[in-house]
Design a protein around this ligand. Structure first.
Ligand code: ATP
Length: 785
């Protein structure tokens, strides 16, 4: 903090008046934050209730009060408020807000630090390299690309080291598979099942503080039935197979990580925890901390929470000075990260018992009909009669959103609705649905050019479809041409896709270099299928015997049409490799991949850079080396700045964005097309190529079993674990819909098309589909039929 002379310039009384005025600007739940004086506090907040705003104002008030005390006591407070949030952009926003408030109060902009969780961990770990064993001059943070390669190597090494377990997996449920089938299974195991298992189980275990030995101990301790063959000749795998394999893969992964001097994100947290286990270091950190405020607390893993609890613990009482703010109903990361909303809910329940739970349930964002629809969703999903596992936790915390009272400081709070506020449509198909959106958007912007609007979709491929149709109004016979009306169509996924260009080109070049490698062939086919250039099909069947696929003999059964299409593409690539000069290869691949204008520009830039770097030795081999280096050195995450967020909410722009990315943002008009039952809640299914193991996904089984251990519940057998995984997915899909619905301020437009694609890899292949069941229920509740 600052010097006593600076302090004396402040007038304590005047400051007190200003702080009171600032407190009056807060809603009741936010005031509980500002009134915090010590100990744990849980704040369970609804969407739009002002979590970040509340946290910023509360921090400024707390700092202000400490200055008042400092003026009175003539002692300078040295401890800081640590604020921890999830993303770098959220941290930047929060820091800016607090600084601005402190300046308004005439206070120095110090006394607090804003971190992301990993930033904080890195800070702690790197200040004590001896304790954390984190030597940043030697270690590098692993990139996703390198991580994938490491997992692949771990899988290969594990398969060679554990022939018995590998054989057991290969045999699956049916021991006597033919040679072709065994080859196909090898391909699926090596490229899908085991890498998925490794990725999921390692992350889940590591962020729960479990080592490979711990995972092995869980596998061995369980009273699990061994593998046996049924009377029908079915081989039933032992219930601990997923954990046994996961423990081995995890061990291999850790060895490789250390050998190559890499560290992953979990290592940073573990390193910081090692520091805080040392009494002296821990006390020294604790003495710097006045309080820890955590935002988005529903997204923290157990290890991250442990770090914050230790840091926030009062060195005398051991009580954590920890304020955790979150919305359990907006937990949308639990199916692909170890974050588990249950932990935060448990924290809320614990705090409630001690009278230390604040509810921020008033929100000014949306118009009343939208609030009603969101509240209806929460009630309906929790009471849905078809929850397969009645004992599993409820998907939502029963917390209703309430509008703010009159006189709330937010300007334009709970605005009047546009039309009825909630519009529900059942268009005949997805093309007609986009047409309806185009017409409604044109009409809305004609009246209100300054408004903000967005289409929120479940996956990027849907967003791409919407953008393509909107940008070609004549071809798709749309009733409105947004471009001609000066309305920008901004597809967010498009920007992210450009970072895929080097990776895709590398994959195709690796195939050109060694086309007979099943892995290279499969990876190239996956790129072609993802870009919808070849029909979706069983890629393992094609890639397990590359020669048969690439050069079918005249006496063999003719290949089916989708296979022929895939083969033609591959043959074209191989011909290009022989016939084209080296420098034309990348532009050719870019055209083959049907890149759009911006992607082509990225590919051209890439080609120019590679040509320059390989000028002395223009061979394919050297090109591959240079390109691999470019791909591997990519940044882990693009640095998201405030600027990016504001690009998503520009006036007179229709933003097309995934529901996940839309979290934290809002628009006046929000369109949610493609609400089919198949997607929301959807059904976790096992791809046919993986069914030789049984009707379950090995990675999800391992995750559910590790979760059970962490929550100290009985370990589920394979089938119960798989059911639990499905339950988790259903709950999360509905929470995602809740996040999407609560982004809307004045109009929430939802549609379930009667004809929609079975797979968005091929949007033109329409079939009859059911709407998500909650939509029908909502129609009834609204008295519309
Ligand atoms: N006390 C307040 N006074 C004035 N405006 C407020 C107040 N609290 C919140 N707001 C306004 O409400 C809106 C929502 O706030 P914020 O983005 O902090 O909500 P949130 O709870 O983080 O939302 P979500 O969880 O849905 O992302 C913002 O525009 C913010 O300025």
């Amino acid at each position: 903090m600052q010097s006593p002379s600076q302090l004396s310039a402040l007038n304590s009384q005047a400051l007190g008046v200003e702080l009171e005025a600032l407190r009056d600007r807060l809603r009741p739940g936010q005031q509980r934050l500002a009134d915090w004086t010590g100990g744990p506090l849980a704040v369970s907040a609804v969407p739009g209730s002002g979590k970040s705003t509340g946290m910023a104002i509360a921090t400024a008030i707390l700092l202000g009060r400490r200055y008042q005390n400092a003026l009175r006591d003539r002692t300078l407070p040295s401890r800081q408020i640590f604020l921890v949030t999830f993303t770098r952009s959220a941290a930047a926003n929060l820091r800016a807000k607090i600084r601005e408030l402190l300046k308004e109060l005439g206070l120095p902009t110090t006394g607090f630090s804003v971190y992301t969780l990993h930033g904080l961990a890195l800070n702690i770990a790197s200040r004590h390299p001896d304790l954390s064993e984190l030597d940043l001059t030697r270690l590098t943070l692993i990139t996703p690309e390198r991580g994938n390669r490491l997992i692949k190597t771990a899988v290969e090494q594990w398969s060679a080291l554990h022939p018995d377990l590998y054989r057991q997996l290969l045999e699956g449920q049916q021991v006597d598979a033919e040679e072709t089938e065994r080859l196909r299974r090898r391909s699926v195991l090596g490229t899908e099942i085991l890498p998925n298992l490794a990725n999921t189980a390692i992350h889940e275990a590591k962020s729960s503080g479990l080592s490979p030995d711990d995972v092995r101990a869980i596998a061995q301790s369980a009273d699990f039935s061994p593998s046996y063959i049924t009377e029908d000749g079915l081989n039933l795998l032992p219930n601990n197979i997923a954990l046994q394999v996961a423990a081995g893969l995890y061990e291999q992964y850790e060895t490789l990580l250390h050998q190559r001097s890499f560290l992953d994100y979990d290592d940073m947290i573990l390193a910081a925890l090692r520091v805080l286990q040392n009494d002296e270091a821990r006390q020294s950190w604790q003495q710097q901390v006045y309080a820890v405020f955590e935002d988005e607390a529903q997204d923290s893993s157990p290890l991250q929470t442990r770090l914050l609890e230790l840091l926030a613990a009062d060195s005398h009482t051991g009580q954590p000075n920890l304020v955790r703010v979150g919305d359990p109903n907006q937990a949308i990361n639990s199916t692909f990260t170890p974050a588990d909303p249950l932990f935060f809910r448990e924290f809320c329940a614990q705090c409630q018992r001690q009278g230390r739970l604040a509810e921020m349930d008033q929100a000014g964002r949306s118009t009343q009909p939208i609030i009603d629809a969101a509240n209806f969703l929460v009630q309906w999903v929790n009471n849905a009669p078809d929850r397969p596992l009645a004992a599993s936790p409820l998907p939502f915390r029963l917390q209703a959103i309430r509008p703010v009272p009159p006189g709330d400081p937010q300007t334009d709070s709970n605005p009047p609705p546009e039309g009825e506020g909630v519009e529900i449509r059942f268009p005949p198909d997805i093309y007609r649905s986009v047409d309806l959106i185009a017409q409604r958007v044109a009409e809305l912007f004609a009246r209100e050019p300054e408004a903000r609007a967005a289409v929120l979709v479940r996956e990027n491929r849907m967003g791409r479809f919407v953008a393509t149709v909107l940008r070609n109004p004549t071809e798709y016979k749309l009733g409105a041409d947004l471009g001609a009306l000066g309305i920008a169509v901004y597809e967010v996924g498009e920007r992210d896709r450009h970072s895929h260009v080097p990776g895709e080109i590398l994959t195709l070049l690796q195939f050109c270099d060694r086309p007979h490698s099943p892995d290279n062939l499969k990876a190239a086919l996956r790129v072609l299928a993802d870009r919808q250039l070849i029909p979706p099909q069983d890629l393992d069947a094609l890639s397990s015997q590359p020669e048969d696929f690439l050069y079918p003999g005249p006496l063999e059964t003719p290949q089916p049409d989708p296979v022929v299409q895939a083969r033609r593409y591959c043959a074209g690539l191989l011909r290009a490799r022989v016939e084209l000069p080296q420098f034309q290869l990348i532009p050719f691949l870019a055209l083959t991949l049907n890149y759009d204008q911006t992607e082509l520009a990225t590919a051209d830039k890439l080609a120019a850079r590679i040509a320059q770097q390989t000028a002395s030795e223009p061979s394919l081999q050297f090109t591959l080396e240079v390109l691999s280096e470019i791909v591997q050195s990519e940044r882990f995450e693009p640095v998201e700045t405030e600027d990016i967020d504001t690009r998503y909410v520009r006036p007179k722009q229709l933003t097309i964005i995934t529901m996940h990315k839309a979290k934290g943002l809002d628009w006046d008009f929000v369109f949610l097309p493609f609400l089919q039952q198949q997607t929301i809640p959807g059904k976790a299914w096992v791809p046919p190529a993986q069914q030789f193991l049984g009707e379950f996904d090995l990675a999800e089984v391992a995750r559910a079993q590790i979760r059970a251990q962490v929550h100290q519940s009985p370990l589920p057998d394979i089938h119960t674990a798989w059911q639990q995984a499905q339950q988790l997915k259903i709950a999360e899909e509905y929470r995602l819909l809740y996040v999407a619905m609560t982004r809307a301020r004045r109009l929430l437009w939802m549609a379930a098309e009667r004809q929609a694609p079975f797979s968005w890899a091929n949007p033109s292949n329409l079939q009859a589909q059911q709407p998500t069941p909650v939509l029908n229920a909502l129609m009834q509740a609204l008295g519309r039929s």
